[in-house]
Design a protein around this ligand. Structure first.
Ligand code: F6P
Length: 319
């Protein structure tokens, strides 16, 4: 029995540990593992190869993905999905694991509805925005990368009595900015889920400045598109010299944390065990310390919502 793995969308730390677990566990269970290189693009172009133990030696600690990834426009067209399926058939691959986020799960849903293939999507994105999953592969390392950056920024910010407005990734989900603001003690946090109250924030911060506050750390989630606006507001209203930093793709850097390595293994082992027994059209999710499978139809129609406790903790940073 042949089984394949591929990555899709933005890379995230934890993909390599997952790939290693995939190869090791497939062989352990008597399956022939295959790599599909470069995501759905590579599947269309037949970039498929038998996976060997030596391919995954020494990759556990590496960020990114050794089998590469892509965002595929062609996969939206039936003609190319047909080509992708024909390629899988050539190798006798009947089971497929995709490491990716919402866009990839949606593509996988369509593919598994059209063709006779058993699939499981493993949440792998720094955004942590998969419905019913409190964790996605890559978010822990990304949060630590942001934390390190904020520790450094705070040094210069407090030394030079400046405000720093730091933009995080996350698409339209404010998780990265919110958790970073809470764990690094920011004064302001802007996320798509909460409307900022400039008036009361101004009053509060002016009072703090009067009482000695001489620097400000502000986190902005990219989805708000308000980084410029906030920087200008601070400069104008709080009369504090302000600098902007867009952390960008650095947030995908670093080496997978211990937690990502553990979770990568768990996600893969559960997924392979399920695929061995049943025909799947699902994604695996992790919530309340438990793994479960949700069908792709459901997951692709639902949006993840930010935990209420997190929202509550942010209150003093938005008003
Ligand atoms: O979905 C992961 C993510 O890193 C988002 O946070 C970000 O908006 C996007 O990917 C960036 O995509 P790209 O690497 O294609 O520029």
């Amino acid at each position: 029995m042949s089984i394949a793995i591929m990555c899709s969308g933005g890379d995230s730390c934890g993909m390599n540990p997952a790939i290693k677990s995939f190869v090791d566990y497939s062989y352990e269970k008597g399956l022939q593992p295959y790599f599909i290189y470069e995501g759905f693009e590579g599947l269309i172009d037949n970039k498929i190869k038998k996976a060997k133990h030596k391919d995954v030696a020494g990759i556990l600690h590496l960020g990114g993905t050794i089998i590469k990834t892509s965002r595929s426009k062609r996969f939206y067209e039936k003609e190319f999905r047909q080509r992708a399926y024909d390629n899988l058939k050539k190798y006798g691959i009947t089971k497929l694991i995709v490491l990716g986020g919402n866009g990839s799960f949606n593509a996988l849903k369509i593919f598994s509805q059209e063709f006779d293939i058993s699939v499981v999507g493993i949440p792998a994105t720094i955004d942590n925005d998969i419905y019913e999953s409190s964790y996605t592969l890559g978010v822990d390392t990304a949060l630590n990368v942001i934390k390190n950056a904020l520790d450094d920024i705070r040094n210069t910010s407090s030394s030079s009595k400046r405000a720093f407005v730091v933009e995080t990734m996350g698409r339209d989900f404010g998780y990265l900015a919110a958790v970073s603001a809470i764990t690094s003690g920011a004064e302001i946090c802007l996320i798509p889920e909460i409307k900022i109250d400039y008036e009361s924030l101004e009053k509060k911060l002016k009072k703090e400045i009067k009482n000695g506050r001489d620097y400000i750390l502000a986190l902005v989630s990219e989805g708000t598109k308000q980084t410029e606006e906030l920087a200008l507001w601070i400069q104008t209203n709080l009369k504090m010299q302000t600098r902007k930093i867009v952390l960008g793709h650095l947030q995908r850097g670093g080496n997978p944390s211990v937690f990502e390595r553990r979770m990568a293994n768990e996600f893969v082992v559960y997924s392979i065990d399920k695929l061995r027994k049943e025909k799947m059209k699902s994604a695996i999710v992790y919530k309340n310390c438990k793994f479960k499978f949700i069908d792709l139809e459901t997951i692709s129609n639902k949006k993840q919502v930010l935990n209420k406790k997190i929202i509550k903790q942010l209150e003093h940073m938005v008003k």
